[in-house]
Design a protein around this ligand. Structure first.
Ligand code: PLP
Length: 351
């Protein structure tokens, strides 16, 4: 059975390096905010093509700290796609702002930039585009709208490590951008981890403080901060995996090609990769009118499929009261029709 993730195959590919790093790590005996975090931040910033990267505890925190650093809070509105993973929406709620949903384009699954403008009000403080399943949003258009209304852009890059449009990486378009390194992401840690990227030095400094009790110098606390640090051990292991990210993305793309050929007779709506975009296939998501039957048939062929995501955030128990009476038909339709074929970076490696 081909599973959506297989960490043993991945580990086999990097075992020697991981073991060497673990030995080094225990020999050194330094666990929080040390050389590994600093080195990873530098290397990841350079990979993304930004001036600053700040390692944090996870992707949700990365989003929350990004919004906090921009001063987004109570009374503000933040535009989010109606079909995203719920973390993007939770981040907005946790800073005290109101998520305002905008429907996606049902072919790209990404927020429809043409629908953003009609949802902008005097209270809008930021737009939070999510590069869903590994395809960049239409960032030039989104940045133009943001500039026109003088609002911030916070990219949710949790599913798009290495994705580009016009050669420009996810995490280098918006003002402050968030990554998750949850184990299943294209770049995943061995536990929870995340990062914020930005070109703004003042914002970077603020996030460095926010993640560490509001402090840069020990026992001097400048602002009301959190404990949301990236572990040394995770940073060290992420440095190893970062060197494989491009190859593993190439593998994901090759697998996508394979699926297209193998399932060309299916009446599905397939993922799209518009001109100029580099899709990194965090997920290979198709739309089917007979999802349950298709998923069963695929399972009998040896492909374990999953649904990303069966319930739009606004219909979740967490939000259904807040959005009572509102309907987002495109998000609803996608939630009814989508399923993901299993695909990951070391899928065809020999064990
Ligand atoms: C995974 C994910 C997150 C949250 O990341 P965590 O590290 O699990 O907190 C946020 N947004 C999107 C789109 C995600 O896929």
């Amino acid at each position: 059975m081909i599973l959506p993730n297989d960490f043993t195959a991945e580990y086999a590919a990097i075992e020697t390096e991981v073991q060497a790093k673990m030995h080094e790590f225990f020999a050194k005996g330094w666990y929080i905010l040390g050389e590994e975090v600093q080195a990873f931040e530098k290397e990841f910033a350079s990979y993304v093509g930004v001036n600053h990267c700040i390692g944090v505890a996870n992707g949700l925190d990365a989003l929350i700290l990004a919004l906090k650093a921009l001063g987004v809070g109570t009374g503000d509105e933040v535009i989010v796609p109606s079909n995203t993973y719920i973390a993007s929406v939770l981040a907005v709620s946790h800073v005290g702002a109101t998520p305002v949903f905008v429907e996606p384009n049902s072919l790209t699954h990404n927020i429809d930039p043409l629908r953003i403008e009609e949802k902008i009000t005097k209270k809008t403080k930021a737009i939070l585009p999510v590069h869903l399943y590994g395809l960049l949003c239409e960032m030039p258009v989104i940045m133009r709208v943001a500039e026109k209304y003088n609002v911030y852009v916070v990219e949710d890059c949790a599913q798009a490590h290495g994705a580009t449009y016009a050669g420009k990486q996810a995490g280098s378009w918006g003002h402050v951008n968030a990554f998750s390194f949850y184990p299943t992401k294209n770049l995943g840690a061995y536990g929870d981890a995340g990062a914020v990227t930005t070109n703004d030095a003042a914002i970077a400094k603020k996030i460095q403080m926010l993640r560490n009790y509001g402090s840069q110098i020990r026992y001097q606390n400048e602002i009301i901060g959190y404990n949301s640090r990236l572990d040394e051990i995770q940073a060290g292991l992420l440095r190893i995996k970062l060197r494989y990210l491009n190859d593993w993305n190439v593998m994901r793309r090759a697998t996508a090609e394979l699926f297209w050929k193998e399932f060309s007779d299916k009446a599905w709506i397939f993922p799209v990769e518009p001109q100029g975009y580099y899709h990194v296939y965090h997920q290979f998501v198709v739309q089917s009118e007979q999802r349950e039957a298709d998923m069963l048939a695929l399972e009998s062929m040896g492909y374990k499929c999953l649904i990303h995501y069966p319930i739009p955030p606004y219909k979740s128990n967490a939000y259904k009261e807040q959005y009572e009476g509102m309907v987002f038909p495109i998000a609803d339709e996608l939630a009814r029709k989508v399923f993901s074929l299993p695909l990951h970076g070391t899928m065809w490696n020999k064990k």
